[in-house]
Ligand binder design. Structure first.
Ligand code: HEM
Length: 454
């Protein structure tokens, strides 16, 4: 921000006039181009948002080839969803009689309603995909482990992340029902039927989710409150905790740099002013800062990091908007419990589960062994358990933390990639290749014209 001679409109005295007596906006806020290290540090302290970031960040941690900015993109999509969702709430009516009509109004009568709805829907799909890819990158860089620095506990952030992943799926799932069209009604029917396969309490879980034995007004209002209030609040809280943990633990790729710096302590530079931020407990600011050859490996968070975050967010916004205009948002016939579509499919991110259930359902003679438990509960449950235990199962050395495809983690990386490819392949199979009665229809085969099941 360039120097400004404007007097504040309020005429309020800040007590922060610069030495020349003029008013500078950065004294009130923060500067894009601080003129000294001290000013850069002060810029962080005076701005609430920037308490999240250290004064300086390593070039590696902000390089695209380390994180691909996937966490940042996920975070942007979440807040964009909150923004577009709140506007949609002004028009949407969570009643079985009026929900479909209110969505039609949004689609055809409200100014920019169609764009808004499509943006919300596309951002939700993208968020599911991005949070999955973010988890993949964290796994493949071994960023769930401590790198040997004091006061680190990275497994906690990995677990918070896993909960965020599950909540993201649930957030999207609860939103699916709201248009109250055939797609919504039957996707939720299939989805909640999978939950029913949990032994002993399966029926209770389904009853709890639906607010009864079938999808009706109770379900709609339940999903509405979960989708618009309850889940977004929990995700926001966990996201803030996630960010705070990163601030405390540091980015995994920085561990080696920090350890190397400690191994070769430098003398404090008398001409340099150090900021208090970024100091770990138990060391003085001078000693900690003096170990860092900052100019070589790091840049200032303001403007370096902020600028990159803004670019990542703007590009994501542009992509979401372009897809929203291009693809729009589907709206089928109003929900009709009497007409079952054939095939009835779960939302795409649960199709791998639906596939697992179908594959593990076997017919022996006249008997059918239902795969609901094996495919719908046991296998995904084991995967989740593996996820939670991951930080403890990893025996690689600390020098491999924050390194993509480290040779020391070859085995678990291979297993993980195979599992991910299987999930993606099953999702593809369920989305594009399953036809009526769940038969496989290859792209070169024509789709048989079955009447809906009455
Ligand atoms: C709503 C979902 C999530 C949001 C908004 C989010 C956001 C972020 C952001 C902004 C970062 C900073 C680095 C980057 O941009 O990649 C990050 C890092 C991290 N995330 Fe997430 N995340 C989410 C879900 C997850 C999940 C599902 C996991 C794993 C199961 C996870 C584990 C981690 C870990 C361990 C780090 C530190 C990475 C490192 O030190 O290199 N997060 N997250």
């Amino acid at each position: 921000m360039k120097q400004s001679k404007t007097v504040p409109a309020t005429g309020r005295k800040t007590g922060k006039q610069d030495r020349g007596g003029g008013f500078r906006l950065e004294d009130w806020n923060w500067s894009w181009s601080p003129r000294s290290q001290k000013e850069a540090g002060d810029a962080i302290v005076t701005n609430f948002m920037l308490h999240w970031f250290p004064n300086r960040v390593s070039l590696e941690s902000i390089s695209i080839r380390y994180s691909y900015w996937l966490g940042t993109i996920t975070a942007f999509l979440f807040f964009y969803l909150v923004f577009t969702g709140v506007i949609l709430m002004f028009h949407y009516i969570p009643s079985v009689e009026r929900a479909y009509a209110s969505i039609k109004d949004i689609e055809y009568a409200v100014s920019f309603g169609s764009f808004l709805r499509a943006s919300h829907r596309i951002a939700a799909h993208l968020m599911v995909a991005m949070v999955f890819l973010h988890m993949v990158r964290v796994f493949l860089t071994g960023a769930y482990r401590n790198g040997g620095l004091a006061r680190q506990f990275r497994p906690l952030n990995w677990w918070i992340g896993l909960v965020l992943l599950v909540l993201t799926l649930f957030l999207s799932f609860t939103g699916y029902l709201l248009p109250w069209d055939q797609l919504a009604y039957w996707a939720i029917t299939v989805g909640t039927n999978i939950a029913q396969a949990v032994p002993v309490v399966g029926n209770d879980i389904r009853f709890f989710l639906l607010g009864g034995n079938e999808i009706n007004q109770n379900t709609l209002i339940r999903f509405y409150v979960l989708h618009c209030v309850f889940l977004p609040l929990i995700v926001t809280g966990l996201f803030l905790w996630h960010m705070w943990r990163i601030r405390k633990d540091g980015m995994a790729c920085d561990d080696r740099l920090a350890l190397a710096e400690r191994a070769a302590p430098a003398r404090p530079e008398p001409s340099k002013t150090y900021s208090l931020l970024g100091v770990t407990a138990g060391r003085s600011a001078t000693v900690e800062a003096s170990l860092v050859d900052e100019d070589r490996y790091k840049i200032r968070a303001v403007p370096g990091l902020i600028r990159r975050i803004s670019i990542a967010c703007l590009l994501t916004f542009a992509l979401t908007s372009a897809l929203a205009v291009w693809l729009g948002s589907p709206l089928e016939e109003p929900a009709n419990p009497m007409v079952t579509p054939n095939p009835a499919k779960a939302p795409w991110y649960f199709l791998w589960l639906q596939e697992l259930v179908a594959i593990t359902t076997v017919r022996i003679g006249g008997f059918t062994v239902n795969g609901g438990f094996l495919g719908g509960v046991l296998i995904p449950g084991a995967m989740l358990l593996w996820g939670f235990l991951t930080p403890f199962l990893d025996r690689s050395s600390r020098s491999s933390v924050g390194v993509w495809f480290s040779r020391e983690r070859r085995l678990q990386n291979t297993v993980f990639i195979v599992v991910c490819i299987a999930v993606i392949a099953l999702t593809y199979l369920g989305t594009y290749l399953r036809g009526p009665y769940w038969t496989v229809i290859w792209p070169w085969e024509s789709w048989p014209d079955f009447p809906p099941q009455l």
